[in-house]
Design a protein around this ligand. Structure first.
Ligand code: ARE
Ligand code: CA
Length: 495
């Protein structure tokens, strides 16, 4: 379940958080395929609750399943299928956010206090009733007999049992040990596999037993052979937030796919904020610090849709501008793990839903609009970090670096430079003064265009040019708090 199932030349996943299926289909065709993006993580596609909270619909309704019908705020089943087809056709894979730990919050009920759902299925989450006939689930499908309360803060340190059997923020906790529940969950995954997805991001895996997840995963079919070839297993990444000191660890999940490595974004963000030395990241990889396992075990990212909403986030986010650009660029340049780029909408409030057309439209999600320079128009409400010039260029940098080790690593205080063996070269200067040096880039001789502050545009370099000699060496000046990045994807004179 570790394999990314992406094309080998497409090495970056993007999370198009809360995007509509029709917009994702267009994005695969018009943008992602041209910029090295190999997969899209989509918001949960199953039926979920709808609510009106302070004249808005919060983003997190997507994490309260009502059934596995494929009708959601992002669109219908037909739109989902069309999007999967169109993305696969241009070599961009779809990774589904699968919510298997729970259903709605306790007490939520169809029709009560303005609560509804995206396919109008009946459901009653009243404590002890707990019926979801469209799946179907009923009270015995849930963990109440094992734990009939919410997870408490102290449980995270002390009790894997409680973390896995009690309710996460009041969400009705499914019993994945129950055979009928397993069958329903595997049926949902198999339906998506039949539609052509490449794999899953499993929500709240920390709150499910690996011994229950394994048999559910083993009930899944191979991926579609017409798209992926014969005998390909789905990709799986488990959302396990493990920054140390807890009863449940990411190490518990290594046999059933990758895990979401929150330690990576923390380390890179610390350097970007100036709390740590960039030089120290030359060891960022297996064993660097707690929770960094092998390359094939980790999904790495700077921020995600949860921690970007923290008060004082411990990671950098789009709100940090240049620091964020540098952090994401480093992630994409460095060889460790499978990287995921966050793509957000602008928000001020934690609960704020995606850009939408208001109560009258049922809070229908709006589409992004685009500027001539291919970035998203901020008036449309979408940030589209994945389209920022630096980030899209660094995704290209990564795609040509695929399978190439980091080499020729040079460090100085708060400075780091390295090559990706004969494919690319990256130098980051965290000091305020210039850094001028002769570097071994490992690149074939020629002229390359800096992809961090510019790009090759119609064979014209819009930024600094780097000349690589016959010995692979180049004299490069990196300005203070700047980066120079060049690769086979930015070669001015063509190969
Ligand atoms: C909403 C309301 C709640 C209400 C609930 C039920 O906000 O007030 O009680 O509904 O009615 C998201 C939102 C939640 C939202 C939920 C359902 O974040 O606010 O609840 O959707 O609509 C833990 C888990 C981790 C989880 C994070 C958020 O371990 O799995 O909490 N992350 C995933 C998703 C979230 C999603 C859910 C799970 C639920 O990415 O977007 O919630 O599907 C330490 C621990 C972590 C812990 C963290 C926060 O760091 O190590 O394990 O994460 O604290 O508590
Ligand atoms: Ca659970």
């Amino acid at each position: 379940y570790d394999r990314t199932n992406t094309l080998s030349s497409r090495q970056t996943m993007v999370h198009l958080f809360e995007w509509k299926w029709t917009d994702i289909a267009n994005e695969c065709e018009n943008f992602l395929q041209n910029y090295g993006y190999g997969a899209v993580q989509i918001s949960p596609p199953m039926e979920h609750i709808t609510i009106n909270q302070n004249n808005d619909m919060p983003w997190w309704v997507r994490y309260q399943p009502v059934s596995y019908k494929l009708d959601s705020r992002s669109g219908t089943e037909a739109e989902l299928q069309d999007m999967i087809n169109r993305c696969n056709k241009v070599g961009v894979r779809v990774v589904v956010d699968a919510v298997m730990n729970h259903m709605v919050g306790v007490g939520e009920r169809q029709g009560a206090d303005g609560v509804g759902s995206t396919a109008n299925s009946a459901f009653d989450g009243t404590d002890g009733v707990e019926t979801f006939p469209s799946v179907p689930y009923a009270a015995p499908s849930f963990n109440d007999q094992r734990c009939h309360r919410d997870i408490q803060d102290s449980d995270y340190q002390n009790s894997a049992e409680n973390v896995r059997n009690c309710r996460l923020v009041g969400l009705l906790d499914l019993d994945q040990g129950n055979q009928a529940v397993r069958t329903s969950l595997a049926g949902y995954l198999n339906k998506l596999i039949d539609m052509g997805v490449a794999g899953f991001r499993f929500d709240a895996s920390k709150h499910m037993w690996p011994g229950d997840l394994m048999p559910i995963l083993n009930m899944t079919k191979n991926l579609r052979s017409d798209i992926f070839g014969a005998n390909v297993r789905p990709f799986a990444v488990h959302e396990v937030i493990d920054r140390g000191g807890e009863a449940v660890t990411c190490g518990d999940y290594l046999n059933i796919g990758r895990y979401t490595n929150f330690n990576f974004g923390a380390a890179v963000s610390n350097a970007a904020k100036g709390y740590a030395n960039w030089q120290s990241l030359s060891h960022l990889g297996p064993g660097y610090s707690y929770g960094n396992y092998e390359d094939h075990d980790v999904l790495n990212f700077i921020d995600n849709h949860d921690n970007q909403r923290d008060d004082n986030p411990y990671v950098v986010t789009y709100k940090n501008g240049d620091q964020y650009r540098m952090a994401v660029a480093f992630m994409l340049a460095w060889s460790y793990g499978y990287p995921r780029v966050m793509s957000s909408f602008y928000f001020n409030d934690h609960n704020q839903g995606p850009p939408n057309n208001g109560a009258g439209s049922g809070f229908a999600t709006r589409s992004p609009t685009f500027n001539p320079d291919l970035t998203c128009n901020s008036d449309s409400g979408w940030v589209c970090e994945h389209r920022w010039p630096t980030i899209r260029q660094m995704s290209l940098f990564r795609s040509v670096s695929s399978g190439r080790a980091a080499a020729e690593v040079v460090t100085q205080s708060n400075r780091i430079a390295f090559a990706r063996e004969s494919a690319a070269f990256f130098a980051l200067n965290g000091q305020s003064g210039d850094w001028t040096q002769t570097f071994q880039t490992t690149l074939p001789p020629g002229e390359y265009c800096d992809q961090y502050n510019g790009a090759l545009d119609n064979n014209q370099c819009t930024s600094l040019k780097v000349s690589v000699g016959f010995d692979g060496k180049a004299v490069i000046t990196i300005k203070g708090n700047q980066v120079v990045a060049v690769s086979q994807a930015s070669r001015v004179d063509g190969p």
